[in-house]
Design a protein around this ligand. Structure first.
Ligand code: ADP
Length: 260
């Protein structure tokens, strides 16, 4: 309970002063509730794929040779659900590692051009030619955890591909600015209405649950982005218009620049 606050009350009593030490129960209760919610959400998300896998495994074990084709479609479903579960578990682990205070941010020089080129190439592979994906690069290198920054930017770019219909375009931009280097990921996708924007970085918050499942999302991508940016003192600003597209901007502080 390292988050729990100690409250010290000094109470005058019969000309003596007594000290009463209590815990801030409301704060620790709130944290407990968030933890419980997280576990409840996580196990809820894990239950469906597990049920499908176990159900089909049971059927598969009873199949005879004549039913080979049914078997193979069941096996395909099992593999898909297994992969989904794997992604969920990986993201849950990443998130809990990011949350742990003992785990300090590494400070290494990040070659931004190389990193962004890789991310754009991966996005092109995911898009399979269905979108135009461009990189507009002119900014400096920064200092931070290369793995964490890669995972945050990659989440934003992957989302841009997943939430942009075929024929749309995505631009990843990296520029220097007076306030520090700035990344933006802009798409011409489905957009997000304003009432959802402030909640997008909550775990498992989705505007449209069924669409996110179809696009293979875990519901944890933007929560990971939020934690990585917090750890790097960077800020996320989201602008979006339904039916027109979205822009996710990350403002890094000047202190992240490499000293030359
Ligand atoms: P998911 O795995 O569901 O995509 P995320 O945490 O990455 O989870 O995103 C949370 C939600 O934010 C998504 O379910 C989606 O509704 C919305 N979202 C994220 N990025 C975009 C985008 N570029 N365009 C439209 N909606 C988006």
């Amino acid at each position: 309970f390292r988050e729990r606050k100690l409250i010290v009350h000094i109470i005058p009593f019969e000309n003596r002063r007594q000290i009463l030490v209590t815990h801030d129960v409301t704060e620790s209760e709130r944290i407990d509730m968030m933890r419980r919610d997280f576990i409840a959400n996580a196990s809820h998300e894990l239950r469906t794929p597990l049920t499908v896998i176990n159900g089909f495994l049971e059927i598969a074990s009873m199949q005879t040779d004549e039913n080979v084709s049914i078997m193979s479609s069941h096996l395909k479903l099992m593999v898909e659900q297994g992969q989904r579960m794997q992604r969920l578990v990986e993201d849950m682990l990443t998130l809990s590692r990011l949350e742990s205070a003992e785990f300090q941010v590494r400070s290494e020089t990040i070659d931004m051009q190389m990193m962004l080129k890789h991310i754009v190439q991966e996005a092109q592979a995911l898009s399979a030619g269905k979108h135009q994906i461009a990189l507009d690069f002119s900014g400096p290198n920064i200092q931070g955890s290369s793995d964490e920054i890669r995972s945050a930017i990659s989440n934003l770019v992957t989302n841009a591909v997943r939430y942009t219909p075929e024929g749309g375009s995505i631009t990843v931009a990296w520029h220097a600015g007076e306030k520090g280097p700035k990344l933006s990921v802009q798409d011409t996708g489905i957009g997000i209405s304003s009432e959802h924007i402030s909640r997008l970085t909550e775990r498992f918050y989705r505007v449209d649950k069924s669409r996110s499942r179809e696009t293979q999302g875990t519901g944890l991508g933007l929560a990971i982005v939020k934690h990585v940016l917090l750890r790097h003192n960077a800020q996320l600003v989201i602008e979006s218009t339904p039916g027109v597209g979205s822009k996710f901007c990350v403002q890094f502080p000047v202190s992240r620049l490499i000293e030359s």
